[in-house]
Design a protein. Sequence first.
Length: 405
Amino acid sequence: LAEFSSDTVGAIWNELLVLSGQPGVCNLGQGFPDYAGSRVAREAAAAAMTKPAMSELNQYTLPSGLGSLKSAICAYYNKCYGLQEGASRKRAISPENVVVTVGATEGLFVTLHALAGPGDEVIMFNPGFPWYLNTTRIVGATPVLVELHGPDFAPDMEEVEKAITPKTRVLILNSPHNPCGHCYTKKEMEGFARLALKYNLFVISDEVYENVTFGGVKHLRIADEEGMFERTVTVCSASKLFSLTGWRIGWALSTPELLEGLSVYHGNTSYCAPSPLQHGLSVALEAEDGLFEDIPKLVEGNALLLGDALREKGFAITQPQGGHFLVADTTPLGLKGLECAKLLLTQAKVGVVPGIIFYFDDPKNSNGGAGGKEGADNDRPLLRFAICKRRDTMEEAVRRIRAMV
Ligand code: PMP
Ligand code: GLN
């Protein structure tokens, strides 16, 4: 089994995908489920692809998406979050509030293109999902980092406010958080809303893990705060909601005015998401086939199992409140993240992601990171374990970790 040899974050990520995917490795690296995604969605998509009577579902949809999917998305959100027509907060959505994208990745990409450009500053939390930094750089805007502090990795509103300047245009939020598993509280939501209104900011709210929360924590939406619907684009994903990461379908929710801008980019890149898969999701959303209850329970159980094993081994654990990941601090073991990831891969054959991938201030991060000192040792003592896995996969990983010397 080869060791990591690369020294840039993008290259480490790609190398890790290959190494963690080798036969015999228990892969807790990239966040994808190893259980089957929605059966209802897959069967409905297969029918759309093969039944002659459904052949029109194999041609383009409107760029904003298949009508039946947009309607099903609205019905799901309105019911799930108790959204009401005409309300000043928790306002119901209708199809004009939806654009179906090629995954949340495209959703983030086109939204950032529409909302920010050269000269603008975009605030994001550090650590965070690497695509925020990369996309902000691609649009030519300046990333501004606000540090999240362990052990709970909750945002500090004073630090957020200090990061705001007259150039700040967008605040990127993510709850449940990748990688740290923090879910924003009502007080934090109110804090973000107060800042967005006071400084006239747009919010991009990445809520791809919205249905996976633990221990009775309820997912809250920033768009549901007073005055926030008009300035928020909520980015969502079928990758996570239906455990179908390879389908590449997501959606952006906002006002028709905000969606108009991102639709220009969407219409000129992917044009529309795959039609038969959109159909499959529309059927699955209407069927509510139990995935919404079973998967969060499975992932929560995995977090407890893995958390206990890692604690026994001496890691400091932040038990996640939601999402698909658990982060472990390697400091008590006297190891850095990358070093420890290599040990787990070579000794235990367990693939994980080192914290370096999520720290935007690391000079090795894409194009030199954002604000890191060249040559500084920023290999943070953090590891991320994907817990969106079958129970037997998690039990095997735990067995291997416990057996490590
Ligand atoms: N946001 C976050 C926080 C993620 O972890 C991911 C990865 N799934 C995405 C966005 C992109 O999701 P998608 O597969 O829908 O492109
Ligand atoms: N969201 C997943 C992760 O964080 C996958 C991201 C990707 O590879 N595009 O691991």
